[in-house]
Unconditional design. Structure first.
Length: 131
């Protein structure tokens, strides 16, 4: 399925991923599309300083370009943090190696595929309407 054709998928079911650096080591952070990755919350959860990874580091660590990074199947083993809100959903959708394709996952099965830590995230703030 094409990501461009996935507009029908509710935001909370689309995975938002961010790659962070923890003292030079990659950490994959996966959140519900309805939430946002809060770097301060992730740093607190890891008890370590983190920085956002740049484009080159994302490609080197995962083998994929930003926008197409899948939640599993990376070139290197990645420490992975997953938004606890995803456990409430029966099916979620993730990038399939390209920004133009997605595939479905069952959250409870995904955690069995790789060693993950479940962590909290923050709901996205909706922009205030101008009158």
């Amino acid at each position: 399925m094409s990501a461009r054709g996935a507009e029908w998928v509710p935001a909370k079911r689309l995975l938002e991923k961010a790659l962070a650096l923890r003292v030079g080591r990659p950490v994959l952070v996966i959140a519900s599309g309805a939430n946002r990755v809060d770097e301060r919350l992730v740093a607190s959860h890891l008890k370590a300083d983190i920085t956002k990874a740049d484009v080159d580091f994302v490609r080197a660590a995962t083998g994929f370009a930003i926008g197409g990074v899948p939640p599993l199947g990376h070139d290197l083993p990645l420490q992975t943090l997953i938004d606890q809100d995803l456990l409430r959903l029966d099916t979620i959708w993730a990038a399939a190696g390209t920004p133009h394709a997605v595939f479905s996952l069952i959250p409870s099965n995904s955690s069995k595929q790789q060693a993950v830590m479940w962590c909290p995230s923050r709901p996205r703030r909706r922009p205030k309407r101008r009158s």
